[in-house]
Design a protein around this ligand. Structure first.
Ligand code: IMP
Ligand code: MG
Length: 188
């Protein structure tokens, strides 16, 4: 085990890199089997999804198109207000396509519910959701989650793309703050 770097000392490991890699490979295999014969359109929800997306698509053994959009919800540092907005949109249409949304974490469900409603207006053939993490404790709206990596307890988690105040996305594992949330300077 390598020693913790200074900025990681407040983070308690929850899911290590090897466990993440094994589960992501399983999800990729499941998705490959389910979409065999189709031309998949995989949508990554930025920013938090970037490591998961990169690892997952390399386990999808099918022709597929990759695209991204950005969503952000206003709120406090760790709680969403449910008011979602696009920070960037797809660069290609999804009408008549088999769409798989890839998300880092579903918490209240408000973000995914907003995106599903938006996508329905674009005439896709199908839309499914793959999320690395699901935190059911805070669910406000139920959304169908077709592929779930891990169901977790009600912790505020960071790492493997997930941030706290734009930091910690670069950790190779997922962890949580066991004490009070650290006081960090806002990113400029
Ligand atoms: P929801 O709309 O409440 O389901 O939240 C979805 C978004 O909130 C996710 O895409 C994340 O960006 C963020 N989020 C929710 N829980 C966490 C967490 O524990 N750590 C980091 N980000 C989170
Ligand atoms: Mg997200």
């Amino acid at each position: 085990m390598r020693p913790l770097r200074d900025y990681e000392r407040l983070v308690t490991p929850l899911i290590d890199a090897a466990t993440l890699a094994a589960r992501v490979a399983e999800l990729g295999a499941e998705i490959s089997a389910a979409y065999r014969g189709s031309d998949l359109f995989v949508v990554g929800v930025l920013k938090g999804v970037f490591p998961f997306f990169a690892d997952l698509v390399r386990h999808i053994d099918l022709p597929c198109q990759c695209d991204f959009l950005g969503l952000s919800s206003y709120g406090s540092r760790t709680q969403t207000s449910g008011v979602v907005r696009f920070t960037s949109d797809l660069s290609h249409p999804i009408n008549d396509r088999e769409v798989l949304i890839v998300e880092d974490i579903v918490d209240t469900g408000l973000t995914m519910s907003y995106l599903l409603n938006n996508f329905q207006t674009r005439g896709p053939r199908s839309v499914k959701i793959c999320t690395l993490l699901h935190k059911p404790a805070n669910q406000v709206v139920a959304v169908p989650l077709d592929y779930v990596g891990f169901v977790i307890e009600n912790h505020f988690v960071v790492g493997y793309g997930l941030d706290y105040m734009e930091r910690f996305r670069n950790l190779a594992y997922i962890g949580y703050f066991s004490g009070a949330l650290p006081v960090l300077e806002s990113c400029p």
